[in-house]
Design a binder for this molecule. Structure first.
Ligand code: NAP
Ligand code: GDD
Length: 327
């Protein structure tokens, strides 16, 4: 039975990837770090699954990574762990660079030392395109990151390419554009808005404060995107891919979609608060998925509006059933 090791298992993507790999029959090992209050709600449903295992360690502790790989001997490593919230990366640039940049190097080194035949996936990001140099963005579009997070992702991306080229390792990156879901963290704008729409609909909140409503993103659905990660690690040759939808919406259109789903007008409930503006904004992102379509036979299955409707419905369910731990 093939084994997969996932860092970031408690996050949005890690939890969906675990679901997918278990359904594919793999033995799944997830790296967990120590936290003062660990709810790990995204993987609660996997507790007790006979092929699901949790391993203690930290991306900043290369010994824990090496020991884990030596004990598990996986065929695949998916490196999804990161400090992934862009605004926090200005507040804690060094900590962000630690896990999001050096953490990638730590994982690559552990793979190289234990078993360089392991197939390695790095979670690269459309934030690397930042102040975009061309539209739509392709694998070959030059990077111009606009935050400590984006700069860290560029480091991890090039380090992954460097290990592929230096050590002939099967190491590749998915350059994923924004992807969301019912399991998205509340601090990200989609979930912040769907959560607010559900609470306002039920009379538990009156308004929500946001920053830049004009920012445009290429938003897809996380369960579709973990499928692309799996396809990438099952090609004959390692190669990087842009994973996106090829369609764009603004934050304003997001608000419209979420509030319309509960029969409300967003203009009555959305306030602007300059505290949510960023020191340097990424105004627009739009991905070109030609290569993923042709070479991975991958394409997104869920539209932006359908995804936002699913997220609103999940948040209504949480509000109605007082499910406060899933936030
Ligand atoms: P997420 O929900 O924020 O999850 C991040 C994960 O990283 C969590 O499991 C977190 O564990 C773990 N982590 C953080 N620091 C760690 C450390 N020092 N050691 C071990 N684990 C650590 O992120 P996501 O949305 O699932 O994204 C997954 C990956 O894709 C990230 O690398 C992100 O930067 C990248 N990405 C995401 C998107 C997107 O739109 N979602 C797009 C492009 C790229 P705790 O539970 O302990 O905090
Ligand atoms: N979070 C947040 N909160 N964003 C807001 C708000 C707000 O109140 N108001 C407006 N926005 C705008 C942000 O300025 C940004 O332009 C856009 O909404 C999206 O913000 P986020 O949802 O926080 O995501 P992100 O694009 O910064 O980063 C996400 O996608 C990247 C891929 O492009 C994260 O998942 C990153 O980890 C990922 O790499």
């Amino acid at each position: 039975m093939d084994k997969a090791f996932i860092t970031g298992i408690t996050g949005q993507d890690g939890s969906y990837l675990a679901d997918l790999l278990l359904s594919e029959g793999l033995e799944v090992y997830g790296l967990i770090r120590r936290k003062a209050s660990a709810s790990n709600w995204r993987i609660h449903h996997l507790a007790g699954h006979e092929r699901m295992h949790l391993v203690n360690g930290d991306l900043m502790d290369v010994t824990s990574l090496t020991r884990s790989l030596q004990q598990i001997r996986p065929k695949y490593v998916f490196n999804l762990a990161a400090q992934s919230f862009v605004p926090f990366s200005w507040e804690a640039p060094e900590a962000t660079s630690g896990v999001t940049a050096i953490g990638v190097l730590n994982m690559l080194e552990a793979v190289r030392m234990v078993d360089p035949a392991i197939r390695f996936y790095q979670a690269s990001s459309s934030e690397m395109f930042g102040k975009v140099r061309e539209t739509p963005q392709k694998r070959t579009t030059p990077f111009y990151p606009r935050s400590p997070y984006g700069v860290s992702k560029v480091y991890g991306h090039w380090m992954t390419i460097n290990y592929r080229e230096s050590y002939d390792m099967y190491a590749c990156s998915g350059i994923l554009f924004n992807h969301e879901s019912e399991r998205r963290g509340l601090e990200f704008v989609t979930r912040k808005v769907t959560w607010a729409a559900a609470n306002i609909k039920r009379g538990k909140m009156e308004s929500v404060s946001l920053g830049n409503l004009d920012a445009q993103r290429d938003w897809g659905y996380a369960p579709d995107y973990v499928q692309a990660m799996w396809l990438m690690l099952n090609r004959e040759e390692p190669r990087d891919y842009v994973i996106a939808t090829g369609e764009q919406s603004s934050v304003r259109e997001l608000c419209d979609a979420a509030f319309s789903a509960v029969g409300l007008n967003y203009e009555d409930h959305v306030k602007i608060d300059p505290r949510f503006l960023r020191p340097a904004e990424v105004n627009t992102l739009l991905g070109d998925i030609g290569e993923a379509r042709e070479q991975l036979s991958w394409q997104p299955a869920t539209s932006f509006r359908d995804m936002i409707t699913k997220m609103v419905e999940a948040d209504l369910h949480r509000v109605d059933n007082n499910i406060t731990w899933e936030t």
